[in-house]
Ligand binder design. Sequence first.
Ligand code: 6R9
Length: 660
Amino acid sequence: MSVINSVLIENRIFPPAEALVERSTISGRVAYDALCQEAETDYSGYWARLAREHLTWKKEFTTSLDESRAPFYQWFADGTLNVSYNCLDRHVEAGLGDKLAIIFEADDGQLSRITYQQLLARVCQLANALRARGVKPGDRVLIYLPMSIEGVVAMQACARIGAIHSVVFGGFSAKSIHERIVDAGTVAVITADGQCRGGKRIPLKPAVDDAIAMGGCEMVHSVIVFQRTGDDCSMQAGRDVWWHDAVREQAQTCEPEWVGAEHPLFLLYTSGSTGKPKGVQHSSGGYLLHAALTMKWTFDIQADDVFWCTADIGWVTGHTYIAYGPLACGATQLMFEGVPTYPNAGRFWHMIQNHKVSVFYTAPTAIRSLIKAGEISPETHPKNYDLTSLRILGSVGEPINPDAWMWYYEQVGGSRCPIVDTFWQTETGGHMITPLPGVTPLVPGSCTLPFPGIQASVVDETGLELEWGKGGLLVVKKPWPSMIRTIYGDPQRYANSYFPADLGGNLYLAGDGAMRDPNTGYFTIMGRIDDVLNVAGHRMGTMEIESALASNPLVAEAAVVGRPDDVTGEAICAFVVLKQARPSGAEAAEIANQLRSWITKEIGPIAKPKDIRFGDNLPKTRSGKIMRRLLRSLAKNEDITQDVSTLENPGILDQLKQNA
Ligand code: 6R9
């Protein structure tokens, strides 16, 4: 692989405010360096110390990292614990039973609040109900629920009895549910009659019925149905039971199942380079350690914080930073059922104001869409809200372009709040490369430095470490506690995809391109390595072109893909959403030319998109990720044959077929 040329230069730097450094758990660069040094000197001892300090064990472990079956690494394997005990009971035992665990805001604004004591009681009741229906430790339970307190209760109840949950995002189709039921050999499903999003009621249970009817699901003996909308819902006698009926007679206490640290906590299906989603398997002890630790260090979570992660529990961010991390720390969190644009695009800011949110964690795509909305309807701009409760902002899911970063920093954070741009993946379990609020001077668009103990690096295609300033493959050199343990049912695929022989077989390959700043060593993520373009022999990260486009005052959002080209190998095709209405005809051609000149000026003629297409929006998954697969097909003028069931806005595809 030739070197990825980084052409995006960012000179702005934002050191942490003195007051923040003082109050932070990890305070100052010296403290950060000391942790890194400790990990360097005694890697396995470092993580063992943290696992003892941050988790409560039933039986203490005697071994920390076990590499004897590499790349199937084990952590703290002879220790036993229970994840739900760590998230609930231990706080109640410490006198925090009356502390709010979750403030839930429904789509229509209705609020429910639940304390740690109440949450524990509800988790115990559902855990007892699952046990009563024959769910045993190690059994797989599929969860298909809306954003709700019940979603968290369901996940925690599985953890309590040692069942392995597999949460499927509420927007996935019956076919996706079916695939996941079969792949994991699921014995029970927890779902709801429907969900409410953006003022609409959307059924859920029918998709579960259809999935099971597709065949091969005979092992599903129970379907527990939470009543959310009250809409009609068919119930199959013997198999289906209403949640409220299942828990009614159950005790509010439940002895946790003490499991080994390596006992699987959950599977979460994610897309890889092939079409078949992979069931990423996570552990109990190592996963929970990193969930707790990153809450404390990256988000600097304190007793009086109100934490809000806007992700859905159907994605890994909702697992680690809603269902487990905040609870493992005894924090108070806000949870939201709806969408950021309902009843208007000021919803997030309104909620931050109302609930005095202090730590806010969202995705760049949400920020960019709210920037756009704030320009169209100025009354939804964050300046109309009191956001002074905020102290830390977070970003996750994709690279954040410097323009969106600056807007987030200035307009949302009032230039007071550090932005932790957290790079991580479903497979990593928690943050890998991220600023720490009381440590790291921030550079817009950079996720900065590895979390203490994480040995991230950039290598070439043979696994050789590259000097700073050279782009290459992002890898992790040592196993870490919260890493993926295997792909469920396909250990070979796990070994091949994440520890490829080309790199020597012992480096974890993240699948992203990255470069370290020659002076600071800061990491910049340059997009998936499958998104790296080679135009006339020059390699460029698509993200850099996107960022350059997004920095044009006319542009709200842009995505760039490559398409085959006879002359240059690959040509750049840009899909652009303008802040103004979608142009057509001569106007479109004129703006396209302006953008080409802009790119020429920002990066150079090599980065000039050959094709530019305008849309009202970009094709995105319901989790907000741009579907580049589709864009690549559109760029090639291919018919769309891929599965578009995860697409939020299928109507957009037609618009994006024509060049400006
Ligand atoms: C947590 C999550 C993982 C992929 C990852 C990368 C991209 C995530 C990022 C980021 C740049 C960040 N990604 N966070 N890229 N900066 N802060 O999103 O997990 O859904 O598995 O996606 O997302 O490309 O490889 P997942």
